[in-house]
Design a protein around this ligand. Structure first.
Ligand code: SAH
Length: 226
């Protein structure tokens, strides 16, 4: 199955909003760290419902926001959630970004990067479109140290890249980006039921759920274009 087939289905069944709700718990903390200045051009890769770009417009007065997604229905939904003329949505692939060199101030990507058919190629593309001093904020919940995420691949037809913290840093550097920060952002908002309620459908023990959300959370790696 292609990105388009898989995620068009998600979009038409409303899962774009469901993801937004869950991802927002940690995404908002990562977004708050981005050094976006008024007027900056921001690109959201694998934008889904497009919430991140809209938040950057609203809170930082970003000048122009592009949300790129490989699934046309995702881009269509995202478009329908705003009439802001400075936010645009494009259908495209991480492997060939439809932007000229040095044209983007900041790239954001949440829970999307690891779907790239070739993650090194995607990083090279990001490095190409970023202006000198531009940043990449790459946030993932699916990564090697988060053992609770490993089974996700079974439910998705697209091959997912499962790097560890160090592999992210190494790959950023190989693409020519400096690594400015790497951090685990805990999800403090998800409700974790009391001990007596376990096992739950998805969680055998409370301990595992605490580890997944409060300890591992979202892995954020920040790159800076030289
Ligand atoms: N960032 C959003 C959506 C995450 S779901 C959020 O935080 O909720 C991942 C999104 O990435 C999907 O909408 C999917 O269509 C898109 N995507 C996956 N692989 C892609 C690729 N190679 N090129 C472009 N978009 C891709």
């Amino acid at each position: 199955m292609s990105v388009r087939e898989e995620f068009d289905e998600w979009a038409t069944s409303g899962r774009d909003r469901g993801m937004e709700e869950r991802h927002w718990h940690t995404a908002k903390e990562a977004l708050a760290r981005m050094p976006v200045e008024p007027g900056d051009v921001v690109l959201d890769l694998g934008c889904g419902s497009g919430y991140a770009g809209r938040a950057l417009r609203d809170t930082y007065d970003a000048g122009r926001v592009y949300g790129l997604d490989g699934a046309p229905e995702m881009a269509r939904n995202a478009r329908s959630y705003t009439d802001d003329p400075n936010v645009g949505y494009v259908v495209g692939d991480f492997g060939a970004l439809p932007f000229v060199d040095d044209s983007i101030d900041h790239v954001w990507t949440m829970e999307a990067f690891y779907y790239a058919a070739d993650p090194h190629e995607a990083l090279a593309e990001i490095a190409r479109v970023l202006r000198p001093g531009g940043t990449l904020y790459c946030a993932v919940n699916y990564y090697e140290e988060n053992v609770h995420s490993h089974e996700w691949q079974e439910f998705i037809s697209i091959e997912m890249t499962r790097w560890n913290r160090e592999q992210y840093r190494e790959a950023f550097r190989t693409a020519g980006l400096h690594v400015a920060e790497q951090d685990n952002i805990p999800d403090r908002e998800i409700t974790i039921p009391a001990e007596a309620e376990f096992p739950l459908e998805d969680w055998d023990t409370r301990e595992e759920m605490v580890e997944r959300y409060r300890e591992f959370g979202t892995l954020l790696t920040v790159g800076v274009a030289p």
